[in-house]
Design a protein. Structure first.
Length: 347
């Protein structure tokens, strides 16, 4: 699953680079993450929901707060060096310089699990994953404690919430969008949970992967799932695209796991949170290079998420988005070891 997580984070990074395969990437990459998290869910936590909440606060909420506060701290510096600019419009909004009151207001929002900083806006995933984990745990808890047929109860509850999520996605308010995203993603999470139980009987063959991959590409030509905006073409399309994309990636993960490349992919899969948090910042290195090469005004550095992925630039962005965060992690670890390394006693 670490290899599968690596494939998922690569897809996330590629998806933000304005690639020519945009629709293909967006039709499976977030679903793959929720599937993996469902696979890794431990049913023992279902008997103690508060312990599950405690674990997820530590593994999801605290990183969300830490990274958002870090980027909030540097917000005005980023504005000064053109990483942000009020001359660049993204989805109808612009980023402006913060006053002291703005900093305090956004710090409070972060503590309440709300995104504020553009360069770590992708951390919405942690909030949604937190909701999905808690809702699934409560469903399992209710089934285990109150009913004998708790497996059937789980399936029915997940399907009902999925239907509710689809209906809620038709509304435009923020609260409905947040819950809709969680309820829709819950279904994919549940598929991952079921897959772990039946993994040994699910055939993983090259002929199936090739066939499903071809079908997935064909399907992707008819629409794109934007899970971050709950942009479902329709429920059947979402489910079909998710399952096909997930199968192909799980097959690839199992194949890579039998090669020497597993060392890199396993490591990358363990560091997905770091890459998720810093890849948009890493993109700015390439955007700055593009601005210089193309002799564009400096405020264009604030283009989000990239200036342009055309003419192969999306590949360069992808490499920076994956490698720079890992280099930053190595630098941080090296400095920590240098500072905290215990002194060796003299003989």
């Amino acid at each position: 699953m670490n290899v599968a997580k690596a494939l998922a984070i690569i897809a996330v990074v590629v998806g933000h680079t304005d690639p020519p395969i945009f629709s293909i990437i967006y039709n499976y990459h977030m679903a793959l993450f929720f599937f993996i998290m469902g696979y890794l869910y431990k049913d023992n936590d279902s008997r103690e929901p508060w312990m599950l909440v405690k674990k997820r606060l530590r593994s999801l909420y605290l990183p969300f707060v830490r990274f958002n506060l870090l980027f909030l701290l540097f917000h005005n510096l980023f504005f000064f060096i053109f990483l942000y600019s009020d001359q660049v419009n993204f989805n109808g909004t612009v980023v402006r310089e913060y006053t002291s009151a703005d900093l305090m207001e956004n710090a409070v929002k972060i503590l309440f699990f709300k995104n504020t900083e553009q360069l770590v806006g992708v951390l919405w995933f942690l909030r949604t994953l937190f909701l999905v984990n808690v809702v699934f745990c409560l469903i399992r808890f209710a089934g285990l404690m109150l009913l004998k047929r708790y497996e059937q109860f789980t399936a029915i509850a997940v399907l009902v919430l999925f239907a509710i999520g689809v209906l809620m996605s038709l509304r435009k308010d923020i609260v409905s969008a947040e819950m809709a995203r969680a309820f829709v993603s819950l279904f994919i999470f549940y598929l991952g949970f079921l897959y772990r139980r039946s993994e040994s009987v699910v055939p993983m063959k090259a002929v199936f992967a090739i066939g499903f991959g071809a079908l997935f590409v064909l399907l992707s030509s008819y629409g794109t799932v934007m899970l971050v905006y709950v942009g479902l073409v329709n429920p059947a399309f979402f489910v079909a695209a998710s399952i096909l994309g997930i199968y192909v990636n799980i097959y690839l993960a199992k194949t890579i796991a039998r090669t020497r490349a597993v060392v890199f992919f396993d490591y990358l899969g363990q560091q997905t949170l770091v890459v998720l948090a810093f890849h948009l910042l890493a993109f700015k290195i390439i955007t700055w290079l593009q601005v210089i090469v193309q002799d564009q005004p400096l405020y264009k550095i604030a283009s989000f998420p990239v200036l342009s992925g055309a003419h192969g630039w999306w590949i360069v962005y992808t490499m920076a988005g994956l490698l720079v965060p890992l280099l930053l992690l190595q630098l941080r670890n090296g400095m920590r070891n240098l500072i905290w390394k215990p002194k060796t006693a003299l003989p």
